[in-house]
Design a protein around this ligand. Structure first.
Ligand code: GLA
Ligand code: ZN
Length: 675
């Protein structure tokens, strides 16, 4: 099963009319008509309404909400409502609340507050999902199921500790295998009974918070366990939905690059992926592109839903900037360009009270349609209507892959040494930005993905190398491709134990280098790196000392006792190359390396000298290419058209070689002529 079937890109968002009187609903729908809102996500936090007591279910209000949406002709993404448990449940069964990292058992409050291992929570959440599905599955307006909400966080209660032990038994089978994996002879940790194993927290292995652990292996396994425990919650609910709804697709809303949950392990269990995009600032175009590509990569390139974004501003941050005019539209089109088949908002109408009363909404407290925000939403609704079904199901034809790996993220950031300042996302973002500015179409994929279709594979800060990955990367180079990796890659195996070989472990042969020493310095320290004949860039944070074992030197350090030694190398391997970047190069340095690689394969985009002009291509199921040009700058950009085609929003003809202007924060959606 794949995506919900819709005639066009779905447009709408979270709608919680249970918070206001029914006479307002009528007004809401007239405004939805005006904005061409066709999809509503209902019931995300309704558990306290739908189950007011242990043996009592009451769907009267949700019935009216659903019936009204259906009668108004909207498509419905219906939630199971288990993202927050009701007060009576916590009161009757204190086990459903979470215990935090410091060991404090929480009482009722907030949301995303349930212990994933609590049998009571699991039973009641599953039962609620079962009843919701049974009740509404026959309603043709329901096109998708939304399980829970933004799974995340962690619990450290006794039930979770017991669940952890079960998970470990399944993974390791014997205590000998577990002791070996965790290297427990270090600091007298040899376990002689499963019941001796504790959840790693502030009370046990940790100090200074969740990233400082005495035993990386234990903490890493707890992260994996917690992600799996919440996945089990999702799967319980999905199975219950399936009992009465065999064909309506199921999703849950992800949070993009969210560290606690390994979305690659979840992805096979979702029918389609969806995510909530709340960029921290308005400088995040590249980061959003990366995250869209990551989410699209979860389901092997299948389109996804943008489940939430704010039309204007968030509320939860200390400072909540307003999206400038045009940005909401531009970023919505960016999502579509990267594979979104739905553009949905949080939220359609603003809450009257509680912590999100100042969160942006399509309709504010006064219920007006003559606001700037409403007008921009309505204009986008009109445009998406004009686009119709033109991009539905369309895929991205990328020959560049960027590897993204939660295990590497976790193992790098819970490591003591070499440096707490090297952050996984920052390294990935740096390499992604270089690709993005060069205009390369790319996929962001798991380390288990099939790499056969890619000419270029980038693996920044790939701290952990597991399974047959090294062999698959070698195969990419063998047949003429390029593989790029960086400092701190291939350091540990899947249990976070160092490889008992030269660094970079299983990537040594492909990279043709050996590293005996490395130096970490504060951000103020710069070692210049000379690239090629005459380019000088800055390197910071980490400096590995490279001893070539066949690789050619491409860049050298310019200072300190290792001045003149390699900082960037390229190894010929089969018909291709293994590139090793041993230091934290600045943006210019990363870009220099990435451009060399893209140029070799002819994969640099049409406008590499226009970094704010983003291009992205989708190919529809019938082979039509749709090229998106997105100008993230606040001034127009003038270029030469690279294709022949028709701009779908204006109907204008585009001719290859002719001058083309993309207005400030504007987008062109070009259907290319068949070649
Ligand atoms: C998340 C949640 C929503 C809402 C928004 C506010 O994405 O899923 O319920 O809280 O944040 O930005
Ligand atoms: Zn728990």
């Amino acid at each position: 099963m794949t995506l919900p079937v819709t005639p066009k890109v779905s447009f709408g968002g979270d709608y919680n009319p249970e918070q206001w009187p029914e006479q307002v609903w009528k007004q809401d729908y007239r405004l939805f008509d005006e904005a061409r809102i066709d999809t509503v996500t209902l019931g995300v936090f309704d558990w306290a309404l739908t189950q007011p007591g242990p043996d009592e279910y009451d769907f009267a209000l949700l019935d009216r909400v659903v019936a009204r949406a259906a009668a108004e002709g909207r498509r419905i993404c219906l939630a199971t409502g288990t993202g927050a448990h009701p007060p009576w449940l916590a009161r009757a069964f204190p086990e459903v609340t979470r215990t935090d990292f410091e060991g404090r058992r929480h009482r009722f409050g907030q949301r995303h507050n349930s212990c994933p291992s609590s049998p009571v929570f699991r039973r009641l959440a599953t039962e609620l999902a079962r009843r919701v599905a049974r009740r509404y599955a026959g309603n043709p307006a329901v096109i998708a199921w939304h399980v829970g909400n933004e799974y995340g966080g962690a619990c450290y209660c006794d039930l979770c500790a017991a669940g952890f032990r079960e998970w470990l038994r399944a993974r390791y089978g014997t205590l000998d295998a577990l002791n070996d994996a965790w290297n427990t002879t270090f600091w007298s940790h040899v376990f002689t009974g499963w019941d001796q194993i504790e959840a790693p927290s502030a009370l046990t292995e940790h100090w200074r918070g969740p990233d400082h652990t005495a035993f990386q292996g234990i903490t890493l396994d707890y992260l994996r366990f917690m992600s799996d425990a919440m996945l089990a919650n999702f799967r319980d609910e999905k199975a219950a939905i399936r009992e009465s709804s065999p064909d309506v697709p199921v999703t849950t809303n992800f949070m993009g690059m969210y560290r606690p949950i390994d979305y690659h392990r979840w992805a096979p269990h979702l029918d389609f992926a969806s995510w909530d995009n709340y960029p921290p600032d308005d400088e995040s175009a590249a980061r959003m592109a990366l995250t869209h590509d990551l989410i699209r990569g979860l389901k092997d390139g299948q389109p996804f839903w943008l489940m939430e974004q704010t039309p204007s501003h968030t509320a939860a941050r200390d400072v909540n900037p307003l999206k400038r005019p045009g940005l909401m539209r531009l970023w919505s089109w960016q999502a579509v360009a990267h594979g979104a088949d739905a553009v949905l908002f949080f939220q359609l109408r603003a809450s009257r009270g509680a912590c999100e009363k100042y969160h942006g909404a399509v309709i504010g407290h006064a219920g007006r349609s003559d606001t700037r925000v409403f007008r921009e939403v309505a204009a986008l609704g009109e445009e998406l209507g004009r686009l119709g079904g033109a991009v539905l199901g369309a895929r991205t034809p990328a020959r560049v892959a960027l590897l993204f790996d939660w295990d590497s993220w976790w193992s790098l950031e819970i490591s003591d040494g070499p440096s707490r300042l090297v952050r996984y996302q920052q390294v990935v973002l740096a390499y992604h930005r270089a690709l993005w500015e060069a205009g390369a179409d790319l996929d962001v994929v798991a380390v288990t993905a099939d790499l056969a279709g890619y000419d270029v594979v980038l693996a920044p800060a790939l701290h952990m190398v597991k399974g047959d990955l090294a062999a698959r990367l070698e195969a990419v180079a063998e047949r003429g491709g390029s593989v790029v990796t960086t400092f701190l890659s291939a350091r540990v195996d899947e249990n976070d134990n160092a490889f008992l070989t030269d660094v970079p472990g299983p990537l040594g042969a492909l990279m043709g280098v050996r590293i005996d020493e490395w130096d970490a310095r504060g951000p103020e320290f710069v070692n210049p790196v000379r690239l090629g004949a005459d380019v000088e860039v800055a390197a910071r944070l980490l400096f590995e000392l490279v001893i070539p074992q066949g690789a050619a030197t491409v860049g050298t350090y310019q200072a300190d006792f290792y001045a003149g030694t390699p900082a960037v190398t390229r190894n010929t391997f089969g018909a291709g190359h293994g590139w090793y970047v041993a230091a934290g190069l600045d943006a210019a340095g990363v870009s220099w390396v990435v451009r060399q690689v893209l140029d070799r394969h002819g994969l640099t985009g049409a406008y590499p000298d226009r970094p704010a002009l983003e291009t992205a291509t989708r190919v529809t199921p019938d082979g039509t290419r749709i090229l998106f040009l997105l100008n993230h700058d606040s001034v127009p950009v003038r270029v030469t058209a690279a294709v022949d085609g028709t701009e779908l929003l204006s109907g204008d003809r585009i001719s290859r070689g002719a001058p083309l202007t993309v207005g400030a924060r504007d987008v062109l959606v070009v259907r290319e002529d068949p070649r």
